[in-house]
Write a new protein. Structure first.
Length: 455
């Protein structure tokens, strides 16, 4: 089947009141969304009715702000812990995938393996883990550290962390549990395996005290776009959430990442690249422009500048004129390197002032922003999809629930008219709907490496 006949994948990236930094002030937003389970239930069920592949929840283990003086003007201060929230949503949905962000820097592998295995069972095979290494000093300060670990060290730990988690998911073979009441055999002891892992960062004996997940392994998602992040993704990830601003950049990233997979013996089709897209949809171009300008008018200048500073690694820009250029020779941060590079490149390429730059970042934090009619938006999504820039997209509504409702009502019918998106789910699990293979069980012995089980 040719690429043009394939259908793209769609995630619904749910961020409380929406992705626009001032979206919580909009009449189409739910201002108390971060603490309102009914809101999340409404959004999840709407996305499932629309046949989205997954709900995607970002997360951090600190309040996401570099400036305590502007935090009270945003809706980023409080939200649910994602695995707790998705466990609740698993009971009011049936097919949509449930992807939670969990850090490898401020957790232990056994905890993560256990929680995601549990979510996979609770949801009948719809769990996904977005692997991140965390980004801020604030997170370090919540976990007995004075300083956030260096970028390279975080990714080194993450690589071993993912290996341990995947090993723990294979503690039990799929048919280990017999439940034989007559013989008094709950499970076959030959089908329970401890991993006996001892590495640089972790010593984990196992086995996991949760049965093998419904999907074998929950889907592994990653958001890193740095060179180190791409290597980790090529080795371990099955879905990539990335930020690209142009088709050329998207194609370069797509080619770079998929070409790395061969060294790990992986099929490029088993990795879905889904850039973030921030859509402002109107029934006319003028309506879309009005919606966009209304959102932009709600940004308080201090919030816009604070958000920009956050994406530049916490640098203090308060001494520079808002209508002047981005300062030269900014030091690359220890946090999110790919986002720093994207934002600074945008400022240089378009010669933007600090005010213009924060207005651009305030929409989607460096992700691709689209404004227009359903037809014009689908034209651009289709071009990226058919020309090797994406396997699908993670949709970032500017407001919730209104922005998602607009996308569902206006854009999805046009995608379906062109044969680019499903009308029904292909299967019951997240893997089945994404077209990802179920991983075979790997038997481990104390003196051996993990090996695929021979039938």
């Amino acid at each position: 089947m040719s690429r043009a006949r394939k259908q793209l994948k769609l995630g619904a990236f749910v961020m409380a009141t929406g992705h626009h930094v001032a979206g919580w002030r909009h009449s189409g937003a739910q201002p108390d969304a971060g603490q309102n389970i009914a809101h999340y239930r409404q959004v999840a069920q709407a996305a499932e009715r629309a046949k989205f592949d997954a709900l995607f929840l970002a997360d951090g283990v600190a309040i996401r702000s570099h400036d305590e003086h502007t935090l009270h003007r945003t809706a980023r201060a409080a939200s649910f812990e994602p695995l707790t929230l998705l466990s609740a949503l698993s009971q009011v949905t049936e097919r949509i995938g449930l992807v939670a962000t969990v850090s490898t820097t401020y957790n232990e592998p056994y905890h993560v393996a256990r929680k995601f295995a549990s979510l996979d069972h609770l949801s009948n095979g719809r769990a996904g883990w977005n692997v991140v290494t965390s980004w801020s000093e604030q997170e370090a300060h919540n976990f007995n550290l004075d300083k956030h670990p260096e970028h390279g060290a975080r990714y080194e730990r993450a690589e071993e962390f993912v290996d341990v988690v995947r090993g723990l998911w294979d503690s039990w073979e799929d048919d280990a549990f017999l439940f034989d009441q007559e013989q008094g055999l709950l499970f076959d002891p030959d089908k329970l395996h401890a991993i006996h892992h001892r590495g640089k960062h972790f010593a984990v004996k196992g086995p996991l005290n949760v049965a093998r997940p419904v999907q074998g392994h929950p889907v592994i998602v990653q958001a890193g776009s740095s060179d180190t992040g791409q290597d980790l993704a090529a080795r371990t990830a099955e879905v990539i959430f990335t930020a690209q601003q142009s088709l050329a950049d998207a194609q370069a990233f797509y080619t770079s990442l998929k070409s790395r997979m061969d060294r790990y013996g992986r099929d490029p089709e088993q990795l879905k690249i889904m850039p973030g897209v921030f859509p402002v949809v109107g029934r006319s171009e003028s309506e879309a422009q009005e919606k966009y300008e209304e959102l932009q008018s709600l940004i308080h200048p201090s919030v816009g500048l604070s958000l920009l500073q956050q994406h530049l690694g916490g640098i203090d820009l308060s001494g520079y004129p808002l209508d002047g250029p981005l300062p030269d020779n900014l030091k690359e941060p220890n946090g999110t390197k790919s986002r720093f590079q994207l934002v600074t490149a945008l400022a240089r390429r378009e010669n933007l002032t600090l005010r213009q730059l924060y207005l651009r970042v305030a929409t989607a934090r460096g992700h691709w922003s689209l404004y227009g009619t359903a037809g014009s938006i689908v034209d651009q999504l289709e071009e990226w999809f058919t020309k090797g820039g994406a396997d699908g997209f993670n949709i970032m509504p500017p407001t919730l629930p209104g922005g998602l409702d607009d996308f569902i009502a206006l854009v999805l019918p046009e995608l379906r008219r062109r044969g680019l998106f499903r009308t029904e789910y292909e299967g019951a699990t997240l893997r089945e709907n994404l077209g990802l293979a179920r991983p075979p069980h790997r038997i481990y012995r104390q003196d051996e490496k993990w090996q695929p089980k021979v039938a």
